[in-house]
Ligand binder design. Structure first.
Ligand SMILES: [Zn+2]
Length: 428
């Protein structure tokens, strides 16, 4: 009895020491909780990362390294922000990491066409002893050819002013999707179409916004040639630490793009791979968190599988996927109505790569049937799929196919994803 009691006391004391010690250690040495922030698009080349950690602050910044005239402007602007931040945060040395000041800045660059570019600097900061971060956005828009900054007036000949009220935003950014407007609280995007097709339902007449279709096409043309045949290659169940990267290299060699339907449980484990997939121009879709058959789940469970995966991807890319591939291709009316905000993407060419694990079987299954508009199913988690992809991409390229993302395919084939919510292919 006493022996048991004694041991109980010893165990209790050890546990108390461990817990208290652990708490003290966590407090003293834990990393600051820094909001996740990564570059999204680097159409202008790369950015150099730098990090400066002192007893007062932690500063993470990027510098443009694109050999464009804009580098100097952006980099000296960032230097000034950093200088100001340091000046504001040198008064009192904090005891705990969590009280340090933090500044984190990332640069995203966007290409509208070969001439027009936008640069966005996102800056999040908290001062010494503060808990909350504040976010600021700064933008530069410029013409590469003229080596000059450009204004909306110059671009849209004053006609934008009635769509975008003066003074309602602090910054605007040209991207390939449209003009993004930022003010302290919110961001809104005006698609270039809106500027073109502004009509009677709005306060000004369409007349005011007529830019010729040709002008428009030249300004914002996509790389997809609608007159050339195309397919969308899709990869499920990843990302995978090595196979996915090998596949990205193959795609890049042929200037091909693909769509990766990812599992949330893999996304959090291979965040750098997710980032590469996105930054190299591929599309990311959702394949649920745990590969559950959605037809066996309640609406709530379906949504939580999809939302959690969406958030995990958003935290890395800054974009929420629009496409969902239900595991096993299993869909019923509950799945469809629950996921009405998404487009469900199935496939019409099944490589059965997961089953055969044999490139000599995978390649003919794809190549014997393939046609313009097809959606091809592969899995980037299997090593045996990689050599098959090499052969498939080469063969498709030689047969004159463009390899595009699912969204590019549906768009090029003229499908409206706001009305049709489920696709097996875009064959016509
Ligand atoms: Zn799957």
């Amino acid at each position: 009895m006493t022996k048991v009691f004694k041991w109980g006391v010893v165990v209790f004391v050890i546990m108390v020491v461990l817990i208290v010690g652990g708490l003290v250690l966590v407090n003293l040495f834990s990393n600051l909780e820094i909001p996740n922030l990564t570059s999204q698009r680097m159409d202008l080349g790369k950015a150099e990362n730098s990090k400066e950690v002192t007893e007062y602050y932690e500063i993470y910044t990027q510098k443009l390294d694109s050999e464009e005239f804009i580098d100097l402007k952006v980099n000296s602007f960032i230097d000034n922000l950093v200088k100001e931040f340091k000046n504001n945060n040198k008064n009192e040395k904090p005891l705990f990491n969590k009280d340090k000041a933090v500044l984190k800045q990332v640069i995203d660059t966007y290409k509208v066409n070969d001439d027009l570019m936008g640069v966005k600097i996102t800056s999040i900061a908290k001062n010494l002893f503060e808990d909350n971060y504040s976010t600021s956005i700064y933008t530069y828009n410029f013409s590469k050819e003229d080596e000059s900054l450009i204004t909306l007036d110059e671009l849209f000949d004053n006609r934008y002013k009635e769509v975008i009220p003066d003074g309602s935003y602090d910054n605007y950014l040209l991207t390939s999707d449209g003009i993004e407007l930022y003010n302290k609280q919110y961001k809104s995007t005006i698609e270039y179409n809106t500027l073109l097709e502004y009509n009677a339902s709005n306060k000004i007449s369409a007349q005011n916004y007529q830019i010729s279709q040709e002008e428009y096409d030249n300004m914002f043309k996509s790389n997809v040639d609608k007159n050339k045949k195309m397919v969308a290659i899709t990869f499920d169940d990843g990302p995978h630490a090595t196979n996915t990267l090998k596949i990205l290299d193959i795609l890049d060699r042929y200037d091909a793009k693909a769509t990766f339907f990812m599992l949330g449980s893999n996304v959090i484990n291979y965040q750098d791979v997710v980032k590469s997939v996105y930054e190299r121009g591929n599309e990311i879709g959702i394949h649920t968190w745990n590969h559950n058959d959605l037809t066996k789940l309640s609406s709530d469970k379906i949504l939580s599988e999809i939302d959690s995966t969406s958030t995990a991807i958003f935290n890395i890319t800054g974009q929420r996927p629009k496409l969902v591939r239900p595991p096993y291709g299993a869909v019923n009316s509950v799945v469809k109505s629950t996921l009405c905000d998404y487009t469900l993407i199935l496939w019409n060419i099944d490589s059965l790569d997961w089953k055969s694990r044999d490139e000599n079987k995978i390649v003919p299954l794809v190549m014997n049937d393939v046609q313009d508009g097809d959606i091809i199913l592969l899995h980037d988690i299997h090593a045996t799929t990689v050599p098959a992809v090499e052969k498939i991409v080469k063969a498709l390229d030689e047969s004159g196919y463009q390899m595009v993302t699912v969204s590019e395919l549906l768009d090029a084939k003229g499908y409206d994803t706001t009305s049709t919510k489920l696709f097996y292919s875009a064959r016509q």
